[in-house]
Design a protein around this ligand. Structure first.
Ligand SMILES: Cc1cc2nc3c(=O)[nH]c(=O)nc-3n(C[C@H](O)[C@H](O)[C@H](O)COP(=O)(O)OP(=O)(O)OC[C@H]3O[C@@H](n4cnc5c(N)ncnc54)[C@H](O)[C@@H]3O)c2cc1C
Length: 236
């Protein structure tokens, strides 16, 4: 099996495949595994626990192994850190890089880093091969019985000629950026109202257009009038 993209989904897919005895190749274009968790400052795993006020573990498997390894490395908050209704393990991205490496190594999956998938051959609706270019600019072809598009962007799907839509009927989550602070004493946990007030204050003082200040994901601007559809792109 060839997995395109070594983010959270790709690592889980490659480890799961290797666990079954399949030969798995994980192709990641950046220099580390982990995807948004290590490359884009997404600092916590949402969705592992229920959000009904009585958090229970809802996702296990490879996620459990990742959390266990992160705990061994001292790279994750106590499992039950609560953010609003979410129970979110917060982690150190550098520890995630190491944990992901260890998971795929233990499972026996092959990994190529610095390798971008740039093409796909398909026949009768099935992907047959993918082409990737390595860090040195050399092209490689990988064939397999099964392919997983874990690029986060639908890159393999687009390269294989599938239609790729962006958003849910054109609507997308507000773009946000995590930030990390350190060096505080005591309990500096900010309250949601403090964040709202700060965003509103910045908007009122001429900050760049602010599309949401609720902090709850509730849209405060009109949704786009029509859906957005992207053509297949080679750099998706
Ligand atoms: C603004 C924002 C905030 C978010 N906040 C949170 C949060 O706080 N907590 C949370 O749990 N989730 C959050 N999410 C969601 C989370 O980031 C995604 O659910 C998660 O990253 C999806 O994992 P993935 O492995 O599918 O994709 P990604 O993490 O995006 O990984 C995809 C990987 O594929 C690689 N790749 C892409 N194209 C190619 C190619 N052509 N060849 C080779 N490799 C390729 C990329 O380099 C990347 O490593 C947020 C998302 C956004 C957009």
């Amino acid at each position: 099996m060839v997995v395109v993209g070594g983010g959270t989904a790709g690592v889980a897919a490659a480890v799961g495949a290797a666990d079954t005895g399949a030969r798995a190749l994980l192709v990641e274009r950046s220099s580390a595994l982990g995807g948004a968790a290590t490359l884009r400052n997404v600092l916590g795993y949402c969705g592992l626990y229920t959000c009904d006020g009585r958090p229970r573990k809802a996702v296990g498997g490879v996620a459990d192994r990742a959390l266990e390894r992160l705990a061994e490395l001292g790279g994750v908050s106590r499992y039950g850190a609560v953010v609003g209704q979410w129970t979110v393990p917060l982690f150190d991205p550098e520890a995630v890089k190491r944990a992901m490496d260890d998971l795929v190594a233990q499972a026996g999956a092959d990994v190529v880093l610095g390798a971008a998938v740039i093409g796909a051959q398909h026949d009768a609706g099935r992907v047959k091969t993918v082409e990737y270019v390595d860090f040195g600019g050399h092209r490689h072809t990988a064939m397999a019985d099964a392919f997983v598009d874990a690029s986060g962007d639908g890159a393999l799907s687009a390269l294989a000629g599938a239609r790729v839509d962006i958003g849910a009927e054109g609507r997308m989550q507000t773009a946000t950026m995590s930030i990390r602070f350190s060096g505080f004493s005591g309990d500096p946990r900010p309250r949601l109202e403090m964040i709202r007030d700060a965003v509103r204050h910045a908007a009122a003082n001429g900050a760049l257009p602010v599309t949401s200040s609720s902090g709850t994901g509730k849209a405060e601007t009109d949704p786009p009038s029509s859906s957005t559809s992207a053509s297949p792109r080679s750099d998706a």
